[in-house]
Design a protein around this ligand. Structure first.
Ligand SMILES: *[C@@H]1O[C@H](CO)[C@@H](O)[C@H](O)[C@H]1NC(C)=O
Ligand SMILES: *[C@@H]1O[C@H](CO)[C@@H](O)[C@H](O)[C@H]1NC(C)=O
Ligand SMILES: *[C@@H]1O[C@H](CO)[C@@H](O)[C@H](O)[C@H]1NC(C)=O
Ligand SMILES: *[C@@H]1O[C@H](CO)[C@@H](O)[C@H](O)[C@H]1NC(C)=O
Length: 396
């Protein structure tokens, strides 16, 4: 198994209990229905933005309106409206316990239309919009239950609900977990082609979805079997080109607050200068595996530098880096603790166009540094290059 070197940043997230066992896909807010504000846990009413004077007052205090998810198409922006402005009631210390994703869900509107023409990957983009709605509904249900019961906002929600831990071996209790992946639909997990197989253990057989801690015992419903491994047809090991694969799950993936797909980068302009890699890798050379999922900030490395750092190498990289299908991300030159993370996991950013959704830019492929060194970027499979292939299998 090829491991990849990472810079570790601990993600301090406690394992919260599962509140939403499945997702009621029929759940929508209607005009005039009740809502609960996440920040103050007080009931309000779903009204049109234009009709709610108090949200406009709150906006002056930087409190963005909380949306009510609807199943209408364009034009109906319902917000959770309170009789009085809420800004004075908010306990700002509560916000410290929210992740970026939580904040995003609290405040951002749904976008149902692309803001610009999509060069390719129309289907992937449409599915991303659909998943966004499902995702927002799941959050809404979750928050309603938590807040209604407890009256506080202490639950820490999952930050990377598309993360998958891949297991190898026939017997789950003896399986080895050596790669990561990403949920991209209710059937498919995206990973690296080299992750289809782990020397000495065999083919990938399990996908554990919706966990945060590598050693937590997953609920039965979180363990999926791999029904089919579809590596890219041009992946020819030991060559490292086209290191991308799709895993078909043995049953439909149930989305909830802990399990949600991520979107694919379809090639539109994005702010990709900084991205996050995630995985349960080694915490450093001769150190143990990460227990809690790690989130590693990485910086884009220019194509020229990437090509220069990985010169042509024997049968593995005979043509050097192919910048159309591979890319480099690395450290910012600051000394940090370095470590290895699992291959196959995502390199991602938060979408600025479809809010609250992650966009997968790359699949973690390989690196050459030893832990403790800085200055060597890692190589990621460039996802936008493979969108037509992915679409042909995942959303035919
Ligand atoms: C969702 O939209 C359909 C028609 O498009 C409508 O029949 C249904 O009542 C709506 N559901 C809710 C909960 O608003
Ligand atoms: C935030 O989380 C920490 C750790 O779980 C907890 O000790 C603290 O009380 C929480 N803060 C608030 C304001 O809920
Ligand atoms: C899997 O391993 C466990 C523990 O060694 C054993 O009890 C169980 O029978 C095995 N299951 C199968 C299907 O081989
Ligand atoms: C690297 O090259 C690819 C295509 O060959 C291009 O799409 C991408 O924008 C380039 N990246 C940078 C950072 O210049």
């Amino acid at each position: 198994m090829l491991f990849f070197m990472f810079f570790c940043v601990f993600l301090a997230v406690s394992v919260d209990c599962r509140v939403v066992p499945g997702l009621n896909l029929d759940y929508f807010s209607e005009y005039g229905s009740n809502c609960v504000n996440y920040l103050i846990a007080e009931p309000g009413v779903c009204l049109k933005y234009e009709e709610c004077e108090t949200v406009k007052v709150d906006e002056k205090f930087n409190i963005k309106p909380q949306i009510c998810p609807t199943n209408e198409t364009l034009g109906l922006n319902l917000v959770c409206c309170h009789e009085k402005p809420i800004h004075a009631k908010i306990d700002y210390s509560l916000l410290d316990n929210y992740t970026d994703v939580d904040i995003c869900f609290i405040s951002q509107p749904i976008y149902r239309e692309p803001k610009e023409p999509i060069p390719r990957g129309k289907r992937a983009w449409e599915m991303c919009l659909e998943y966004q709605e499902v995702s927002i509904k799941a959050r809404q249900l979750h928050e309603l239950k938590v807040l209604a019961g407890v009256g506080g906002v202490n639950a820490r929600l999952r930050e990377f609900p598309h993360m998958v831990l891949l297991g190898y071996g026939k017997n789950f209790s003896k399986a080895e977990f050596n790669c990561g992946g990403s949920v991209i639909s209710d059937r498919y997990v995206l990973t690296a082609a080299h992750c289809r197989y782990s020397p000495g253990v065999g083919f990938v057989t399990f996908a554990v979805i919706g966990i945060l801690d590598r050693y937590e015992t997953p609920a039965e419903q979180d363990i999926y079997g791999v029904k089919k491994i579809i590596k890219h047809p041009m992946y020819k090991p030991p060559k490292k080109y086209h290191d991308i694969a799709l895993l078909e799950m043995d049953r439909r993936v149930i989305f909830d607050i802990h399990v949600m797909p991520a979107c694919l980068h379809v090639g539109d302009p994005v702010d990709d200068s900084e991205a996050y890699a995630t995985g349960w890798g080694y915490l450093g050379q001769a150190k143990e595996l990460a227990t809690v999922l790690q989130k590693i900030p990485l910086w884009q490395v220019s194509n020229d530098t990437c090509i220069q750092k990985f010169s042509p190498y024997r049968r593995h990289l005979p043509n050097g880096i192919d910048d159309a299908s591979q890319m480099c991300y690395g450290d910012d030159g600051e000394p940090r603790d370095t470590c290895e993370g699992d291959s196959g996991g995502p390199l991602q950013i938060m979408s600025k166009k479809i809010y609250c959704m992650y966009v997968i830019l790359g699949v973690t492929s390989f690196g050459i540094t030893a832990c403790g060194e800085i200055g060597y970027p890692g190589v990621y499979t460039r996802v936008s290059n493979y969108v037509p292939w992915i679409e042909s299998i995942v959303w035919p």
